[in-house]
Design a protein around this ligand. Sequence first.
Ligand code: TRP
Length: 331
Amino acid sequence: MSNAKVVLTGIKPTGMPHLGNYIGALKPLIEQSATHKTFVFIADLHALNTIHDADTIKQHTYEIAALLLSLGLNTDNAILFRQSDIDVIYKLNTLLMNVTPKGLMNRAHSYKAILEKNGELGDDPDNGVNMGLYTYPVLMSADILLYNADIVPVGADQKQHVEFARDIAEYFNRAYGNVFRLPEPQIGKDIGLIPGLDGRKMSKSYDNTIPLFAPEAELKKKIMRIITDSKLPNEPKNPDESTIYLLYKHFANDVEIQNMRDLFNQGKIGYGDAKKVLFEKINAVLSGPREKYNYLMAHTNELDKILADGAMRARAVADKNIKHIKKVMLG
Ligand code: TRP
C-alpha cells in the first residue's frame, strides 16, 4: 500500500451492472485498490428513496458484493461493507444537516431534473420527491467525510454530489476548525465512449447493454447482434468507428489489439468473424468471474461473513471519527 490517500466509493444496489460499468468504473476501481487504502460500500440507504422493498434491496446488495469479489477486489486491502451496517452514518447525516444550506440541495442536478420533469407534466414540482431524495447529497457527504476520503471515484453524473461533500466539509471546517479533509471526485480517466449494441453509449436507458455476467449463450447472442455497417469482409474498415473493436480493446492485450487494428485497416477480417473473436475474448476474461459470481450468489452466507468483516473494519474508523466530530460540535 504505497499511497497514503484514501479512496472511497459507494455503489447503489439497484441492479446488475453492464459491460460499460465494468470497463468504466469497476475495473479501474479494483485496480486502484491494489495501491490505495480503499473503502467500497454498497449504498443500500441511498437505494431506499426509490426501492421500498427490503428483499429487493438485500438481493441487489448481495449482487454488488458478489460482483466486486468475483472481479477480484482483494478484501485484504480493500474494506468492503454495507452502508447501513455502520450505525454512526445516521448520526453524521443528522449532524451535517446543520451546516448544509438548503439552497445547496436546491441546486442538485438530480433534484432539479425531477422538478423540471414534473413541471413539463404540469404536476406539483415536488411530486414524488421524498426527503431521502432531497437530502441524498447530505448522506452521500456523510459517507465520504466519515472515512476521511481524499479521492472519490464516481461517474460523471455524481461529480456534483462529491463537490457538495467538499462544500459541506468546508462549511463545517469554517465553523469548527480543520476537521474534515476535502475530498475530490475522480471521474473515470478518458477511456472514450463505450458503445452498446447499437453503437450509442452503452446505457440501460437505451436498452443496448451487454449484462456483465450474462450466461455464455446470451453473451454470444448479444455480441452477434452488434450493429455494423455493411462493409464486406475484404474492405478496409476504421477500427475506431467499430463497436466491435471499441469493446475488444478493453479486454485484449496490446499485441492482440494491434493485430485487430491491422486486420480492420487492411480489410482482412469481416464483422462476423470479428464478433466471434470479441465473444471468445470477453468470455475468456469473464467466465472465471462469472463462475465465482454464481457460486457466491448460491452461498450468500459467505457474503454475509465478508460483509460483516468489512463492517467491523469500517466501524473502527467511523466510530473513532464520529467521537471527534461530536466533541467539536457538542462538547
Ligand atoms: N450516489 C452514488 C451513485 O448513485 C452512490 C454513492 C452513495 C456514493 N454514497 C457515495 C458514491 C459516496 C461515492 C461516494 O452512484
